[in-house]
Design a protein around this ligand. Structure first.
Ligand code: PGA
Length: 240
């Protein structure tokens, strides 16, 4: 695992956006899996800046949600489709027909199967950008003894619900389940970049950088199985 430490959140976001833009230049139709949450906002904003300043064409880019809350409509401000549409899709020439998200109002098992199939039809991801939870989750793959390899419905841990409640008016409004990519699909991505910032992530980043073994109770440790992972984090996420 390669580790890049930046001086702050802005530098982390600029560097990550630059890496993504370079990949888009190399392969304009790349399959790109994108996270949500607080961490990637700066990166997506910087990517939009590059798009505007450098007239980068995103029209062929294929964009995939890494996860989506069960029970939130696409139009709901806290849905993850809304997030990506708000921060990226509607600010660029990404074609709506090239954006993919599980439909959480269909039969969920069928939807997971179909989402997985679409990803495979695209030859799996060229690039996945990941955040990381304080408990080590990636996507919504929570610490648990048994992991599902492919797209599945995940019950969210209480700690994840607490962490995400900052985006909702009331904690009770945070959905209890989400559809998420599974570990196998994440690991089939050609490139993986994981970003983290802030003191709150210092423990989990320290654990990730020192981990030598795969532990299902520490989901990010599965990244040890991949040969092209870059962890980009700011000083606070390293020093606490
Ligand atoms: P955050 O979430 O970016 O809001 O910290 C990360 C995650 O839970 O994966």
């Amino acid at each position: 695992m390669k580790n890049i430490i930046t001086k702050d959140y802005q530098e982390m976001s600029q560097l990550t956006a630059r890496i993504i833009a370079d990949e888009i230049k190399k392969k304009p139709n790349m399959a790109f899996a994108i996270p949500t949450g607080g961490t990637p906002i700066g990166t997506l904003q910087e990517l939009v800046n590059i798009y505007n300043k450098e007239k980068l064409d995103f029209s062929k880019l294929k964009c995939f949600n890494i996860d989506e809350y069960v029970s939130l409509e696409k139009e709901h401000e806290q849905s993850y489709y809304y997030f990506l549409n708000h921060y990226l899709y509607q600010k660029t020439n990404i074609s709506p027909s090239n954006t993919y998200v599980p439909n959480v109002f269909n039969d969920l098992e069928k939807e997971c199967h179909d989402y997985e199939k679409i990803i495979q039809e695209h030859g799996n991801f060229d690039f996945i950008l990941l955040g990381i939870g304080e408990d080590g989750h990636i996507g919504f793959n929570e610490p648990q003894a048994l992991h599902q390899a492919y797209c599945h419905v995940q019950k969210l841990d209480q700690s994840t619900i607490e962490a995400n409640s900052r985006f909702f008016e009331k904690k009770e409004e945070v959905p209890k389940h989400a559809i998420t990519l599974g570990m196998a699909t994440i690991l089939k991505s050609k490139k993986i970049v994981l970003i983290a910032n802030g003191k709150k992530k210092a423990n989990v980043i320290k654990k990730l950088l020192s981990t030598q073994e795969i532990n299902p109770l520490f989901p990010a440790s599965f990244l040890l199985l991949h040969n092209d992972v870059t962890i980009i984090c700011d000083q606070d996420a390293i020093n606490g």
